[in-house]
Design a protein around this ligand. Sequence first.
Ligand code: SF4
Length: 349
Amino acid sequence: MSSRGYRAEFDFELRVCQWAERAWPPGQDHDRPVIVARQLGTKRRRWDTIVLECDPDALRERAQFGARALDSDLLDVIPHAPAEWEYYRDALPDPGYPWRYVREAIHRGDDRGVLDVRKHGGQIEIRQKHAYPDWLERIIAIENKPDLDASAARRLAPQLERDVALGLADEVWVATAATGDLIEPALLEDLPVEAGILVIDPPAGDAEVAWHPRTLEPTNPGTRIRERPAGGDNDASAARFEYVDPAWKGRKRLEIAERAYGSGWRKYVDAMRSDCRHFGTRWTATGPIPSCGAKACHQTSSECCGSCPQFEPEPPTWRSKGWPLSGGPGKAVERVLDRRRRRHRFGLK
Ligand code: SF4
């Protein structure tokens, strides 16, 4: 794909995230809190946009554990920590790996202030600081394809079929840019009927449902499609599947949710050169989008990096006298994005 194509996809992805944060679920009241993140999933599958529908009270309780994600090792400890002091091996389920790694996670939890830990009679005892809440209600996975032509649909369809068969998310969607045609071309493509189709109008920051998805069953066993024959006269091989345990799915969903809570979708700016004098931001109908003055475009995070040939450090005066706050315009953008990220995590201080 050309750099122009990557920029268009990145720009579209940010607008989908902005819209989802403001208006999810489409066509209904936006009365439940949502957490939006991008480029998250499992080792095998990464979704472009993820929307977490959350229980409002439980989300506030989740904030007691801080803004950072609880990683998978901490998730083996924190949700199982007892209300009263207990020897850690009696309190926690067998992790299936050496206990020394659990001890390491216990000490990290102590350092982060999310777990009470003491030595008692030569043994490590633990106690919950707060009960870990059941804050995640649903996971919505969105694949962004601004130009969903026939060849893009052919590439996307097998991925969506895998998502539907596995049922890790509650709903799977494709987001595509509005064309203004009477029938959106995406509806004519051969996509799985279980996947919803969202038609986004990027300049207006609106979206319409062109096709409603089927609700999947994350609490049921899933099917992982390992191999799918191409079919046709020259391929008579059988497809290979494996069943996926609901417990694995539940655990993966929580890991994904925690990572989404920690990162959100605005973290892209951390990977950009916001200290470049050309770094700026443009306000669109849906919110701020990063822009590059030197390239006169919305740059991607992969091109806005240290090796960018047009990178120029911001003048030192921007960090001292020229700007009222520490750092230049790039730092100001980072602060705005961080404030907005925290605003959607109820209860975070
Ligand atoms: S010139 Fe390069 S480093 Fe500077 S803002 Fe533009 S893309 Fe980023």
